[in-house]
Design a protein around this ligand. Structure first.
Ligand SMILES: *Cc1c(COP(=O)(O)O)cnc(C)c1O
Length: 434
């Protein structure tokens, strides 16, 4: 065993050597040192603000839907570890990947038949874009290589995904000019329950019609835009996109990396609209937060189109494609989800978030409070003071990670009513002090 390091030594080394997400080097604010996690609780290596345990309000960025250290997922990982943690996927295959692919085809919208396994959400979006561009090349239409999306979106941090993230004020604004230039519609009007705005629908139809010759695909996050601003829109716009894409020969990609696996109250957000995309990206909650894994699904029409081309293969093959450990845990995680009344749990959390976040409406500096499924958002009228907001939440015994003007939560589905109330109290405190 190596010499144990003290929390102070670990944090000093972290500051000196380790990049954190969207962070400077060296880091400016010390991260919290987590020792272990179980259920909905993160255990800290040393107390912060008098707390050595925090209720997790973030599901580790949408992923840990069953909470931490779950016996079923632990068994799946340990069982697979005893057989093999990895083998290459070129020329070889194995039961966990095959089972997972079959399960994903069974539970996603009907026409999605084929599964490409990737190692992260961003890579699954790269693969989706490659599929769409290659489809049109194979059909003799190489000019169709641009993408259309609406503003306020987020699709990941690698190159193609960055090109369809919100171009203004977002994290990737710096890269304008270097990224492929895509076509942007206005952000969808806010409100899941709001009646679709006809003028906005007309703008979507007009842009798709006007650019049809150069458009490979429309790519959007259905119903909930996540890291681009945590906003909700009417499912009606997804039907508008589906109809306009069909009318003008453009593929439709749904990025369900955040919304998939029940988070919005439907197993996949596309179900709110009753439409199916040609290509769908999944990630985040796919392994219940255990391991990194993502998937790009496509229809037989897309796969056949690619197969008819001069290069009849999809030239993509991550080294860790179809990783047995990750696919085994993913399959177990989905089985666990479907074996319970997950929709009822999400509804229960939704009700708790509505009750618990209502008081935030009357706080000074709060612009909007919104809840959909197991997602609760408090939007301020100013940039959050991250340090102050985080401290306020930790004082309440809760882990939150605000960004921009947003303090938000998407708790694990196993979060009990008392802990949901505690998370809400922490969001309110963070809104007051942040
Ligand atoms: C998180 C996210 C991604 C990127 O996934 P990574 O695994 O972080 O690469 C892409 N799209 C959406 C909608 C996301 O929420």
């Amino acid at each position: 065993m190596p010499e144990p390091l003290t929390p102070g030594e670990l944090l000093a080394l972290d500051r000196q050597h380790v990049w954190h997400p969207y962070g400077p080097m060296p880091g400016r604010t010390a991260p919290l040192l987590v020792e272990s996690a179980s259920g909905v609780r993160l255990r800290l290596a040393e107390p912060v603000e008098g707390r050595d345990e925090l209720v997790d309000g973030m599901s580790s960025w949408w992923s840990a839907v069953h909470g931490y250290n779950h016996p079923v997922l632990n068994d799946a990982a340990q069982g697979q570890l005893g057989r093999m943690s990895h083998v290459m996927f070129g020329g070889l295959t194995h039961e966990p990947a095959v089972r997972l692919a079959k399960r994903l085809v069974d539970i996603t919208p009907e026409p999605l038949e084929h599964v490409f396994l990737a190692d992260s959400g961003s890579v699954s979006v790269e693969v989706a874009v490659k599929m769409c561009l290659q489809y049109w090349r194979s059909l003799g239409k190489p000019r169709k290589q641009r993408l259309l999306t609406w503003r306020g979106g987020y699709h990941g941090d690698t190159w193609q995904p960055m090109s369809v993230c919100d171009p203004d004020g977002g994290m990737h604004e710096l890269w304008q000019g270097a990224l492929p230039r895509q076509i942007f519609a206005d952000a969808p009007p806010a409100g899941f329950d709001a009646a679709p705005d006809e003028a906005y629908a007309a703008q979507l139809r007009e842009l798709i019609a006007r650019h049809a010759d150069e458009l490979a695909a429309v790519i959007v996050e259905p119903v909930v835009q996540g890291a681009g601003g945590m906003s909700f829109h009417s499912p009606g716009y997804l039907r508008v996109l589906r109809e306009a894409c069909d009318a003008h020969g453009v593929l439709l990609v749904f990025d369900e990396i955040a919304t998939g696996f029940g988070r919005t109250g439907a197993l996949f957000a596309a179900e709110h609209a009753g439409v199916a995309p040609d290509v769908m990206c999944l990630g985040k909650a796919l392994t219940g937060g255990y391991l990194t894994l993502a998937a790009t699904l496509c229809t037989t029409a897309v796969a056949d189109g690619i197969s008819r081309g001069a290069l009849p293969v999809l030239a993509h093959g991550p080294t860790f494609m179809g990783n047995p450990l990750a696919t085994a845990v993913a399959d177990a995680s989905i089985e666990l989800l479907l074996s319970q009344d997950w929709a009822q749990e999400v509804k229960r959390i939704e009700a708790g978030l509505r009750d618990g976040l209502a008081p935030a409406r009357s706080l000074a500096g709060v612009r909007d409070v919104r809840v959909l499924g197991a997602i609760g958002v408090v939007q301020l009228d100013h940039e959050v003071d991250m340090a102050a907001a985080t401290r306020a939440a930790v004082r309440e015994g809760v882990w939150l990670r605000p960004f921009r003007d947003l303090i938000y939560t998407m708790p694990p589905y196993i979060t009990g009513d008392g802990d949901v109330a505690r998370i809400c109290a922490a969001v309110c405190s963070a809104a007051r002090e942040g």
